[in-house]
Design a binder for this molecule. Structure first.
Ligand SMILES: *Cc1c(COP(=O)(O)O)cnc(C)c1O
Length: 425
């Protein structure tokens, strides 16, 4: 074991061996598998250290210079650094780094810009949107009158005509663009034009693609969307958290909605870790990382297509691939479970116009952010596609004894690609 890992867990090992053992098991699981979950990544040792720091002890309701508790000399500096780095990296007028996660960040946007009962618009969940874009089981779907757009059946791409027509008909207060299962570039200028025509505020939710935007591998929403929300833990590779960035015009309303509107004290350890991640993302090498994520996704998409896999929209422009397994004669759920046993973690997912039920849909969602962090490149994607294909074929013909064989090959392979914060042997 490395010194760093021992330092982090030395006291835990004696004080709470049960939890220590479970963290240990989870670390081994994370390091021995191929992580293809599109929303996940591996943070750096520095981000881990900030996340696990004594900053967790401090209460800081309010904002720098206007707190409700004393002793903020250093916390104010930390939060101001995080804000300055976010504004610099993305070119934003204003940044709020306090939202606890992506869902509360989006809720703060509703609180700032709409009233319960107002009409809002977003991409439907089964089409690739997020729960918080007004889906009916979410508070945002219960408290607002949500209208949903989707993708074109033939192309699998966002139906911009539908977006324009629905916006004209319903005149939503706010329009969300972005989502959780969109393999193609989001056309921010086109959304902005529609929002301008209907007097709606455009919100770009870049939770999935923030790292690509920061690294120049996806067009930026800034200059098009008045408000941008993002998680910090997906392609951006920071701690679990979120940010809201916006024009100066919306700054006051957004800040008031986060605190005191929705939250109490910010999680200062997370704020510090966000600052660290933003510094990492400003480094030249992060641009290389972001572009490599996309190169890997394109290589993996091509390798899957060669093996007869049907991809929603026919491929990818970003980190994400959505496989439609219909032509393979197997559901997404059994395939995902088989793949997990074979050492590849991903998630089953609905595909647009899915004929199957949401809890047993037709698709698999894949992302390349985490494997790219480990240092894998295009040629490795050929191997990954092969392992996926072998497992799916084994699952179809009920050959479960093939899974541990594949898991063993993968374990040997990934040993060359260590994960930060975890011992290599
Ligand atoms: C992940 C995600 C969120 C929510 O983030 P949580 O941190 O899980 O609450 C919101 N919007 C989009 C588009 C996402 O992908």
């Amino acid at each position: 074991m490395t010194d760093a890992y021992e330092r982090l867990t030395a006291s835990l090992a004696s004080a709470d061996p049960e939890i220590e053992r479970l963290i240990d098991d989870e670390g081994r699981r994370q390091s021995e598998k191929i992580r293809l979950i599109a929303s996940e990544n591996y943070v750096s040792q520095s981000v881990l250290e900030a996340t696990g720091s004594i900053l967790t002890n401090k209460y800081s309701e309010g904002y720098a210079g206007k707190r409700y508790y004393e002793g903020q000399q250093y916390i104010d500096e930390i939060e101001e650094l995080a804000i300055a780095r976010a504004k610099d990296l993305f070119g934003a007028d204003h940044a709020n780094v306090q939202p606890y996660s992506g869902s509360p960040a989006n809720l703060a946007v509703y609180m700032a810009l709409a009233n319960p009962g107002d009409t809002i618009m977003g991409m439907g969940l089964p089409m690739g949107g997020h729960l918080t874009h007004g889906w009916k089981v979410s508070a945002t779907g219960k408290w607002f009158n949500a209208v949903h757009y989707g993708v074109e059946k033939e192309t699998g791409r966002i139906d911009m005509n539908e977006v324009a027509e629905l916006a004209k008909e319903h005149r939503p207060k706010i329009i969300f663009c972005g989502g959780t299962a969109i393999p193609r570039t989001v056309d921010f200028p086109a959304f902005a034009e529609i929002a301008r025509e209907t007097g709606s505020v455009l919100i770009a939710d870049i939770a999935h693609i923030a790292g690509l935007v920061a690294g120049g591998a996806h067009p930026s929403p800034f200059g098009h969307a008045e408000v941008v929300t993002t998680t910090t833990h997906k392609t951006l590779r920071g701690p679990r958290g979120a940010m809201i960035m916006c024009d100066d015009d919306h700054a006051k309303a957004i800040d008031k909605a986060v605190f005191p509107g929705l939250q109490g004290g910010p999680h200062n350890h997370t704020t510090a870790a966000i600052a660290v991640a933003l510094r990492e993302a400003a480094h030249e090498s992060f641009g290389d990382y972001a572009h490599q994520i996309v190169k890997n996704a394109k290589a993996l998409a091509q390798a899957l297509k060669t093996r007869g896999y049907d991809l929603v929209s026919g491929g990818t422009d970003n980190h994400l691939i959505l496989i439609d397994l219909t032509n393979k004669g197997i559901g997404g759920k059994p395939a995902a479970k088989a793949l997990d046993q074979a050492g590849i973690e991903l998630n089953f997912n609905t595909v647009p116009f899915d004929q199957r039920k949401p809890f047993d849909p037709s698709g698999l969602r894949i992302g390349t952010a985490a494997v790219t962090t480990r240092g894998m490149v295009e040629k490795d994607m050929e191997l990954v596609a092969d392992w996926i294909n072998r497992t799916v074929e084994a699952c179809k013909s009920d050959k479960a004894d093939e899974y541990p064989v594949i898991a063993g090959e993968i374990k040997d392979f990934v040993a060359k690609y260590p994960i930060p914060g975890w011992p290599t042997s």
